[in-house]
Design a protein around this ligand. Structure first.
Ligand code: ADP
Length: 636
């Protein structure tokens, strides 16, 4: 029994091998009528020949063993024509033998015994021969099926080698792929198909490895009849049977095109990689569960993580609280509702580096939906430098505002002096007049004194009116309120306020109450309040061992939200505490002492209140309230 040493991986060889011979042979090949008639005719001719030979031998044999010679046509008919032909030959042989013996001997005992013996022998031969013929037919059909199968595999060159590597079969696929016909290659060594200069040695090595390892597979360049070359996937399988090597089956598949497209793909990937390596923006690709799939070199530089530290983990590791805890739900919400909050929009958010520091970044996210995956690509732009620049700009702006404020105050002061001068001069004159009147010895003219006092009070009221009008003018700030998402508003303000704080070792923490949003505010003004409070906090913590800034939001009641800014600095000094929210009250050498008073003006103009509270764990805490929008108002 021949064993095919084939692994299941090669489908073609496996199919040829697993189709064991009886199974293939059991597929019926219908015998043709022409074939059957020829077989029966041959049986008749064989009997006739035996009859003629017996006639020729009659002078020697006389009427002895008349059936003996007829065993031959019967055996031949059974072997070559099957049982039917054998039966016909046997029957004709009996008839013919009858005609060879004289009528007197036909019923004799020796004749009957010989006839009986002939029938038994012929039946035995028929039985054995029939089985033999059937098996031969099965084997023939099986090999025919196998041949058809191999010939049909036109994409594969399949051929056999003898144990020394000489080509012994050659299918049409081989003919098509190599361009050699079977006649041209049969009997030649398969090394002729290789492009290598030392092909015979390589070929011998391949056969040896196939024999010892049970199978040999490789990719190798092959040469066609016309000299052209192609890259082939080669599998060599030893054919072992009854303990000895019968040869090898070799299967070749042309993979030049596949390899070329693989190389093209590889080249495109390399090209893409080179682009990604050079773009200044960091790129992070995540799947729909937030798991990082790709982390570009720029991202590596920006976040301080190497790709293996990030790939396979949740992207939330790159963001500070509260986004860190909430990112999964952001993704889930987007996948469920399809309403983007950041995808295709872009936002300024805070990033978290490997060393724990945070930085402002612009995040733009794109989405790619493939049949089996949904991917999100985030492009991250580090805004630290830009924010530094913006902060400088802000500083210049505030200096300018300060200058204009001073000059405005100067103008105001001179106007005030001018405006107040008249009533004050009048009051002084009336006062002097009243004094003179009281000091004179003459009787006091009550009517005159009453007139003087009433003038004094009139002029005082006028001065008071001027001051009141001035205050009204100062506090007449335009506030245009819109409905704003509080965490987003705080996030943007903190991105600005925290610029450069990493170097100072400040960490920022945000605890947002889920109910404490949205709010009805003038976004820029409230951000101004937050920036003031955060900047004060950062300045206050500069000499503290722990520099932790915490912004907390929470709901006070149905209509009010509270924001608190807490630091781990020394707390508010007694000097400052007394007139904390009053203008020109500062404990700093270069401070103007206007920040908190502006904060109070803004918060109160929003219908809220601001105050400072001593914090349990030390440090200062400023709290202010904001108004929630009436129910049903939508975010803008
Ligand atoms: P400026 O910052 O120009 O001094 P502010 O009105 O912002 O003006 O602050 C007034 C004063 O309040 C500061 O000089 C400081 O003494 C005190 N102060 C403000 N915030 C804090 C804080 N977080 N910790 C300690 N003291 C503070």
């Amino acid at each position: 029994m021949i064993r095919w040493c084939v692994e299941e991986k090669n489908p073609l060889v496996a199919s040829a091998a697993s189709a064991d011979i009886p199974a293939v042979a059991s597929l019926p090949l219908p015998p043709t009528f022409k074939h059957t008639a020829a077989v029966y005719f041959a049986a008749v001719v064989a009997v006739a020949l035996a009859y003629l030979v017996r006639l020729v031998m009659a002078p020697v044999l006389h009427d002895r063993a008349p059936l003996l010679l007829f065993v031959l046509p019967v055996v031949a008919a059974v072997l070559y024509g099957g049982r039917g032909a054998g039966l016909l030959a046997g029957f004709l042989s009996l008839l013919a033998s009858f005609s060879l013996v004289p009528a007197s001997a036909r019923g004799s005992a020796p004749m009957l015994i010989e006839g009986l013996f002939f029938i038994v022998v012929c039946s035995g031969i028929g039985l054995l021969g029939g089985r033999l013929a059937a098996e031969r037919q099965l084997a023939r059909r099986a090999s025919e099926q196998l041949r058809l199968l191999l010939e049909g595999a036109s994409q594969y060159a399949i051929f056999m080698l003898d144990p020394l590597g000489t080509i012994s079969t050659w299918n049409s696929g081989a003919e098509r792929i190599y361009g050699w016909t079977a006649d041209e290659v049969l009997g030649r060594h398969f090394a002729m198909l290789s492009t290598e200069t030392n092909a015979p040695e390589i070929a011998a090595d391949e056969l040896e490895r196939a024999r010892t390892e049970g199978r040999f597979t490789c990719e190798a360049w092959q040469v066609r009849r016309d000299g052209s070359e192609f890259l082939a996937n080669v599998t060599i399988t030893p054919i072992v049977g009854e303990g000895r090597l019968h040869g090898y089956a070799k299967v070749i598949h042309d993979v030049t095109d596949r390899r070329a497209s693989e190389l093209a793909l590889e080249k495109r990937e390399q090209h893409l990689q080179s682009i990604l390596d050079t773009v200044p923006d960091a790129m992070i690709v995540i799947d729909d569960k937030g798991v990082v799939i790709s982390f570009s070199p720029a991202a590596e530089r920006l976040f301080g993580y190497s790709p293996p530290e990030v790939i396979g983990n949740n992207v939330s590791m790159l963001m500070p609280s509260p986004d860190r805890e909430r990112h999964d739900s952001y993704l889930e919400r987007y996948i469920a509702t399809g309403v983007p909050h950041i995808i295709g929009i872009g936002r300024i958010v805070t990033g978290l580096r490997a060393d724990g520091s945070t930085f402002p970044m612009k995040l733009s996210v794109g989405e790619a939906v493939t049949p089996d995956q949904r991917l999100f690509t985030g492009f991250v732009q580090d805004l630290t430098e830009r924010k530094d620049f913006e902060a400088r700009l802000e500083q210049l702006k505030s200096e300018l505002i300060h200058v204009s404020r001073v000059s405005a105050m100067g103008t105001m002061a001179s106007t005030l002096a001018h405006e107040l001068n008249q009533p004050l001069t009048a009051i002084a004159s009336y006062g002097q007049a009243a004094e003179a009147l009281l000091e004179s010895d003459t009787d006091i003219d009550k009517a005159l004194l009453t007139e003087i006092v009433s003038e004094i009070s009139g002029q005082s009221l006028r001065a008071g009116g001027i001051v009141r009008r001035l205050r009204e003018f100062v506090s007449r700030g335009e506030v245009s309120k819109t409905v704003e998402d509080l965490p987003k508003l705080i996030g943007e303000a903190s991105a600005l306020a925290l610029v450069g704080t990493r170097e100072k070792g400040v960490t920022a923490h945000f605890n947002y109450g889920p109910e404490a949003t949205p709010v009805l505010v003038d976004r820029v003004q409230i951000q101004q309040v937050l920036i003031n409070l955060m900047r004060n906090a950062i300045e206050a913590m500069q000499d503290s061992p722990v520099r932790r800034l915490t912004v907390t939001t929470g709901l006070v009641d149905d209509t009010t939200v509270q924001v608190s800014v807490h630091d781990t600095g020394p707390g508010i000094s007694a000097d400052a505490a007394e007139h904390l929210f009053e203008a020109f009250n500062s404990t700093k050498q270069t401070g103007m002492g206007l920040g908190l008073s502006i904060c109070r003006t803004i918060v109160e103009a929003h219908g809220g209140r601001i105050h400072a509270v001593p914090h349990e764990g030390g440090g200062a805490e400023f709290r202010f309230t904001l108004v929630r929008p009436p129910p049903g108002t939508t975010e803008t």
